[in-house]
Design a binder for this molecule. Sequence first.
Ligand SMILES: [Zn+2]
Length: 466
Amino acid sequence: MKQLTIILTLLLFANVNAQTDQDVLKTIYTQSLTNGKSYQWLDHLSNKIGGRLSGSENAEKAVQYTKSELEKLGLDKVWLQPVMVPKWVRGDKEVAHFITNSSTVDVNICALGGSIATPKNGLTAKVIEVQNFEELSVLGEEKIKGKIVFYNRPMQADLIQTFMAYGGCVNQRYAGAMEAIKYGAVGVIVRSMNLRQDDLPHTGSMSYGDLPNNQHIPSAAISTNDADKLSEALKKDSNLKFYFKQNCQQFDDVLSYNVIGEITGTEFPNQYMIVGGHLDSWDLGDGSHDDGAGVVQSMDVLRLLKESGIKPKHSIRVVLFMNEENGLRGGKKYSEEAKANKETHVFALESDAGGFTPRGFSFDCSDANFEKVLSWKPLFKPYLIHYFEKGGSGADVGPLKTTSNVLAGLRPDSQRYFDHHHAANDTFDAVNKRELELGAATMTSLIYLFDKYGVDNIPEVKEFKN
Ligand SMILES: [Zn+2]
């Protein structure tokens, strides 16, 4: 039996070597769509574990679960990389309302990650609505002091690349409190980063910058429907009072881990190509799209390489990063260790844009490497993968950037991503099995091609070989 397995394996490898790239991609896609593991892993992460905020018990469970699943794949190495992460806890469900013309309107609200609590009995104040920081400076302390600043700039609907629309808004959430504090605001509420009208508040990280603790003010997000209601009500009654209560808390940093698995390369074991997503998530939903999908797809890349009989020349690692959402500690730690260990990372691919139908990739690389990518476009055509553009890669792999390596990000269709992003409806039922599996196959195919044809202009590697 053992002999038969060896013979079959040898035949499979011989077969792969004789296969065209077209054949190999076909094998990879077939494997993912008929024998994929990504959806099953996501089911466990989402439904058996749930939201995985850094420093939480669930985040720890996710570390242990993914490590044990990677260990079952027969990789050459699986290990945990320790990293200290922030621990912020939401506490009780937040409540909010505003009172206008003696009627009370309830508001769907959630604390922003990193925010302080309101006073124990909540915070009540008048509201000043703005679209941006410039308006704040025009209004000045006289109009803002003692009030809650309400940032209500919507995501721009006519941008087809919804991440651009997000990028155009997110400073309200991240830096809104920092800016409002300058003018004596007592709290911040921000319109959720959501292109859809609904009742779900979307959380996300915020920062007080270097401001001392005694200047911090509570910050929260309200749903798009409620943002519109509040804005309308303010037009009629600019003196209306807004009330919200939250008891979130920041604790000391705690120990957590990046989870790493490796297939050691046959020709260039000291040159690394990595694929990853982030294991942590926000706590309102179960983090299925952000970024459970990227985690399970990345895990399946290594499994699909093996199942497809591909023996990579470079060492291929899956890296499940901890704490992308509110600190990026995992991404920073991984690159620090890579530098300290003089590991040459020639290629890094991240999936952190949801588990939707893959469209292609964006690349952060030299023109020569990008030309090489473009030459592979016809191979992807049968799978309706057409988007190959220069642009960003991903937050976690970003710190690995050198002048010569290639960073890439999977780019799924993004039209529905922000309906779910950081909200209570980022759940398993929102992920489609085939779409998820197509993403895993698309990522595996790109890794296969970069491994086979290499990355151009890698001076560090030449140094390494001497
Ligand atoms: Zn994410």
